[in-house]
Design a protein around this ligand. Structure first.
Ligand code: HEC
Length: 477
């Protein structure tokens, strides 16, 4: 469905993205910063001057504007002091709770583990309980005619990466949308087990090693890995209403005015919509399985907990794509009632009075409100690889939200995206697996794009494989 895209560079734009990403030193903004941040800024500056480490973010208001208008807001710092040794102790829930027998207990334990020490700022530097990290190289935008997302990359308040558009009525019947669409922005923390694998990949920040997440080379995220990702949206605006986003948890973010049409970024309120988690669990390994468990939570402001993070209610847990089930059904937009498919054996939906109506994924597989109704968490994440030569979604999966199920739904070609691919194994053996992590796939793509641009040339190998945008689908009309 996507025209194949060469990994060819619009060199000047890639260079520009790099230049933009490097123009925000911490030194001169020291005055309005908190003392601890000022101290760290010295260390960060020293690191930058020596050409070590990674840029923290890609897009931010000017230092002057920050100082005069936004100095009460955080400045995002990337945490990449990855551990050199595999952590000794697995997260307790991995030993205590069986995800198939007690899926609800399991997902709540993941939530508690992810929240511990990370609330309310989701800043791993402030976590006194355990170490969490970020994945580097998400700061620049991708470039070129099919670049996705348009004008992407991370912003400088919270490190939010531009992620996906919101289609009209995707979030509910009174979400009409705006010209160019609302957006979803996200920020992921990775625990120490994941950090160990990232330490191997990025041991030399100038020479990342894609083998670190590919089983054929002894790589992969170790059992015990936990990812926790917060998703925010600039919806609703104007007369739009989304009941479950009332009493919102709101951050300020430096984002584009709309998803598709505008390159101009502005400081805008974004509201917590969803939390995604992914766990490498040994009990999810085996013939026909993946080794991963994915789960999602949805924000329900009607619960109005004092700690607004507790308004996130579990929506579902999945450990596979149910590859045998070819029934071609979708729940169209707007979602008014959650339709649970009792035939699925590898997905549990926690339907109940606290869960706002969900469109879910293809034939009831797990997907959150920010995701397509024609795919699933797993169907997309099995395609994580570098270079990105496999599309993230099957042909006809977009546009989503149609009243009719996707044209190709259930065909052999379609079902390729609904297999259970084992962890650290690429769907296409010509590419390295990034072990279900799209952040890693994006990071490597960004890194090598900028490297080629800096060298003012391309490598023949760039032309060997046709690369697809790491995109959830077709561009806006
Ligand atoms: C259409 C494709 C698609 C679907 C469907 C999808 N994701 Fe993702 N996911 C991505 C992409 C692309 C990223 C990387 C960008 C980012 O960080 O937001 C990502 C990032 C993540 C991350 C951060 C770890 C990483 O590097 O991949 C987690 C955890 C995650 N998704 C979980 C989920 C869960 C849970 C679901 C289902 C509720 C889901 N995803 C559905 C494409 C998808």
């Amino acid at each position: 469905m996507q025209p194949p895209r060469q990994l060819r560079l619009s060199q000047s734009t890639a260079l520009l993205a790099l230049a933009v990403s490097l123009t925000f030193p911490f030194s001169s903004a020291a005055e309005p910063m908190a003392a601890d941040l000022a101290a760290t800024s010295q260390a960060l500056l020293a690191r930058k001057q020596k050409g070590q480490g990674f840029p923290d973010f890609g897009f931010m208001v000017s230092q002057e504007e920050y100082a005069t208008k936004w100095s009460d807001q955080p400045i995002f710092r990337l945490k990449t002091d990855f551990p050199k040794k595999l952590p000794a102790e697995l997260p307790a829930f991995l030993k205590k709770i069986d995800f198939q027998k007690n899926p609800l207990e399991y997902i709540l334990a993941i939530r508690d583990y992810a929240f511990e020490g990370n609330l309310p700022d989701w800043d791993p530097f402030k976590n006194k309980v355990r170490e969490w990290y970020h994945i580097p190289w998400l700061h620049p935008t991708t470039t070129g005619p099919n670049a996705y997302p348009p004008n992407g990359g991370t912003e400088g308040f919270h490190g939010l990466i531009k992620e996906a558009p919101v289609t009209p009525e995707q979030l509910g019947p009174y979400q009409i949308g705006k010209n160019g669409n609302y957006s979803v922005y996200a920020i992921t923390l990775v625990n120490d087990f994941a950090g160990y694998a990232m330490g191997k990949m990025w041991a030399d920040p100038e020479n990342p090693d894609p083998k670190a997440t590919d089983k054929r080379f002894g790589g992969g995220f170790p059992v015990g890995t936990v990812f926790a990702k917060l998703l925010f949206t600039d919806a609703p605006q104007g007369t739009d209403k989304i009941a479950y986003l009332e009493n919102p948890l709101t951050w300020k973010a430096y984002i584009t005015q709309n998803f598709w049409l505008s390159a101009t970024r502005e400081v805008t309120d974004v509201h917590l919509l969803q939390m995604d988690v992914a766990v490498r669990d040994a009990r999810a390994e085996g013939p026909g399985l993946t080794g991963w468990v994915f789960g999602t939570f949805v924000y329900n402001g009607q619960l109005n907990h004092r700690n607004k993070f507790m308004n996130l209610v579990p929506a579902g847990l999945t450990w596979g794509n149910d590859p045998e089930n070819r029934v071609n059904k979708t729940n169209p937009f707007p979602p008014t009632k959650t339709m649970v498919n009792p035939d699925l054996k590898q997905t549990v939906i926690f339907d109940g009075p606290q869960l706002p109506p969900q469109h879910l994924g293809w034939n009831g597989r797990l997907n959150g409100p920010a995701d397509l109704n024609t795919t699933s968490c797993m169907s997309c994440h099995i395609a994580a690889q570098y270079p990105a030569i496999t599309s993230l979604v099957p042909d006809t999966a977009v546009p989503d939200g149609y009243t009719e199920p996707p044209l190709a739904g259930g065909t052999d070609a379609w079902m390729k995206w609904f297999q259970n691919v084992p962890c650290a194994t690429s769907m296409d053996p010509r590419a390295y697996s990034t072990d279900f992590s799209f952040q890693v796939a994006i990071a490597l793509t960004n890194f090598f794009n900028v490297k080629s641009a800096n060298a003012r040339g391309a490598w023949a190998s760039d032309y060997a494989l046709p690369v697809k945008p790491i995109s959830r689908g077709r561009p806006h009309p």
